[in-house]
Ligand binder design. Sequence first.
Ligand SMILES: Cc1cc2nc3c(=O)[nH]c(=O)nc-3n(C[C@H](O)[C@H](O)[C@H](O)COP(=O)(O)O)c2cc1C
Length: 182
Amino acid sequence: MRVVVVYESMFGNTREIAEAIVDGLGPTVEARVVGVAAAVADATLVDACDLLVVGGPTQAWSMSRPRTRSGAADYTRQPGSALHLEPRAGSGPGVREWIAGLGLASGRAAAFDTRVHVPAVLSGRASKSIGRARERHGLRLVLPPASFFVHAKDGLLPGEAERARAFGARLVAAVVADGART
Ligand SMILES: Cc1cc2nc3c(=O)[nH]c(=O)nc-3n(C[C@H](O)[C@H](O)[C@H](O)COP(=O)(O)O)c2cc1C
């Protein structure tokens, strides 16, 4: 089974979740985890993969936009903030622009986001809009979109990397149930 995980991340939390999901896929899966800027550069990335997983941070209740990405640096300067920008954070496209450039495809997909731990009606959920955008491009979600939680001024909440590994394992089971070979 071939799985590609494409992520966007300003402060590293969504990258850590992407890496934990890949850990959870297990040793029988041929997996690649790729930052969205590198994904843009590799047009062949999603060819013939059994599952495409896309994740990004929730910003302004949805997927990031150029304006929210450029505002991210302000978060690192807030009093009490332990946040640092990832290398090249905010300089390239986000998952919104990457998905828009995908064209029509077919196949299996999954979506995840990171967001603060308050009810989704207050925080918004980037993964919902990632999932909807992907379905418009002909991709079928194998599981409902998943959210992983961060502290607004710090890193992942305790237990979130473990939850992401479990999500990875559930993805493999869903893809197998859908007919792919391991
Ligand atoms: C400009 C900006 C807007 C944000 N808006 C939201 C929001 O609407 N809802 C939310 O839950 N979190 C919001 N956040 C917090 C992000 O979701 C959090 O920083 C992100 O999940 C961390 O992931 P990353 O380290 O991969 O960037 C926002 C963060 C930034 C920088």
